[in-house]
Design a protein around this ligand. Structure first.
Ligand code: NAP
Ligand code: MG
Length: 478
């Protein structure tokens, strides 16, 4: 049985309520977590506020950075334990979890090093005036984390917040919170003062909603569905606090007739099946120039049909999807694709011997003559890729922008001018040229446009998002 971390202590919910935790691999209950609610959130926010006014708030930037660096080292020392926990909780193949834990450590390493590198500025002003612009923490930051990359998203969201001297309250997804709780325990072991980092487990509608609308938070960051993103922004508006939203995508690959097939094909397959397609940055639409369409899709189909789904221990390309709702959702979209007249050109397989109750779905590659199906505009969040042909550069850019989302894009061509024109024409937050980096790149500013959300994470820009400026104007004349 897992406990929450509030004010430096492992605790149960105030009212002792718990939730069962289900394994996506075999559908059985294997542990419980506290069902934190309003009272627990209130304790966590109060602890964070006290930390800001106490030991945590008094640390120098250098000492904060050192604590983050120590946590990064401790995460790596516990890498196998954390990876096993992540796989048990989410069903991820073990190698995927090991990579996720390494990236989590990298977030704390990167932001640990950055903590004392955020400098202010001075501004030339009127005679006998000195003007300084200094950076200050926002205060208590709230972080609502999804289940698809619990460890990585925790690092992405919380490491820059702590580096800037905020005190954080985290609400992980009820479906995947075990690695996050464990990392918060490690943070206490390496010396984070009580209250600097609090984790409240529970349901989105209870703990998540209470946190996002708590009157004493100063910032909220959320990654997840558009429906909940809207609720978070409304709650933030009522409190007049800033929010950063990362709401998923429908990212497109554009493959021109001069593309390097050998480079493109494995990257495109990986970009949709990695993490069983449960990735906001998944490359889920494949636009291929019409004169190579048939050749390219046939070669891709060969690679795609090698994809296999199995248990974490089998360590294949895919695991199960995270829960029954997600299982039903992906299968519903596959049925919808067939009903819309899309053609299945390749399928992956589910390994023999997977447990009966597991949420395994068949990776599917569709071909579509046009961009009309819901499968091309809605986020499926599963290993389902739809290919369709385009005529020329203008057509490719138009189709790539033909969704409400705008998170990532990729262009595959050897033509340098075209690389730049297309990259600049795609309406999204990151574009890859002859590569695809779904999920990677702690150093690279990341976030969406349009319905993919707003605000930026990763890189140095996250330190700006998680802090504010204060302008100090001093008259020094007589
Ligand atoms: P979700 O409900 O948006 O969950 C994301 C996070 O928000 C979880 O921690 C969730 O907690 C919490 N939450 C839920 N309702 C809340 C509320 N009223 N107030 C505050 N927090 C709340 O996403 P989902 O239902 O798990 O997944 C549905 C779809 O969302 C997926 O199929 C996918 O399309 C999209 N999604 C996108 C991402 C992404 O990386 N952009 C990640 C996950 C899901 P609980 O889970 O404990 O309820
Ligand atoms: Mg949910």
């Amino acid at each position: 049985m897992t406990q929450m971390i509030i004010n430096g202590k492992q605790v149960d919910a105030v009212n002792k309520a718990t939730l069962d935790v289900w394994s996506p691999t075999d559908g059985t209950v294997f542990t419980t977590i506290p069902r934190g609610q309003e009272a627990d959130v209130d304790l966590a926010v109060t602890a964070a506020r006290q930390a800001l006014n106490g030991a945590w708030g008094k640390l120098t930037a250098m000492d904060r950075g050192r604590l983050l660096t120590r946590l990064s080292e401790s995460i790596l020392e516990h890498k196998e334990e954390l990876a096993q926990l992540e796989s048990k909780d989410t069903g991820k193949p073990l190698s995927t979890s090991r990579v996720d834990i390494t990236v989590l450590a990298r977030y704390f390493e990167f932001y640990g090093g950055a903590a004392d590198k955020v400098h202010g500025e001075t501004i030339p002003f009127q005679t006998d005036y000195a003007v300084q612009v200094i950076r200050e923490p926002l205060g208590v930051t709230a972080h609502i984390i999804p289940w698809n990359y619990p460890a990585q998203m925790f690092g992405r969201s919380v490491a820059p917040a702590l580096a800037m001297g905020n005190a954080s309250v985290v609400k992980p997804a009820e479906d995947a919170c075990l690695s996050i709780v464990r990392v918060a325990e490690l943070a206490l072991e390496v010396g984070f003062p009580p209250g600097a980092l609090n984790v409240v487990t529970g349901l989105g509608e209870e703990a998540g909603a209470s946190l996002s609308k708590h009157h004493d938070i100063n910032f909220v960051t959320f990654t997840g569905s558009n429906e909940v993103g809207v609720l978070i922004q409304q709650a933030a508006a009522l409190n007049a606090v800033k929010c950063v939203l990362e709401l998923g995508g429908k990212s497109a690959h554009i493959v021109f007739n001069d593309a390097n097939f050998k480079l493109a094909i494995p990257a495109i397959v990986k970009g949709i099946v990695h993490n069983t397609g449960q990735t906001c940055t998944a490359g889920s639409r494949l636009l291929v120039q019409e004169d190579i369409y048939s050749d390219f899709v046939s070669e891709l189909a060969l690679e795609f049909s090698k994809v296999r789904a199995g248990t974490p221990e089998m360590d294949l390309t895919c695991g199960p999807v995270v829960n029954k709702a997600q299982f039903d959702r992906v299968n519903r979209y596959i049925k919808k694709g067939l009903a819309d007249g899309l053609k299945v050109v390749a399928e992956g397989s589910i390994a023999d011997g997977v447990p009966k109750g597991g949420y395994f779905v068949k990776p599917t590659l569709f071909s579509s003559p046009n961009h009309d199906s819901d499968l091309l505009t809605q986020e499926i969040f599963g290993p389902v890729l739809v290919a369709l042909p385009f005529k020329d550069e203008a057509d490719a850019i138009r189709l790539s922008n033909a969704t409400d989302y705008g998170l990532l894009g990729a262009v595959w061509t050897e033509n340098g001018g075209r690389q730049q024109r297309v990259a600049r024409g795609m309406k999204c937050g990151q574009v890859y040229i002859n590569g695809f980096g779904a999920g990677g790149g702690v150093e690279l500013p990341f976030g969406g446009v349009k319905k993919s959300g707003h605000g930026r994470e990763k890189g140095f820009v996250a330190l700006e998002e998680m802090s504010t400026t204060k302008t100090i104007v001093q008259y020094y004349g007589e």
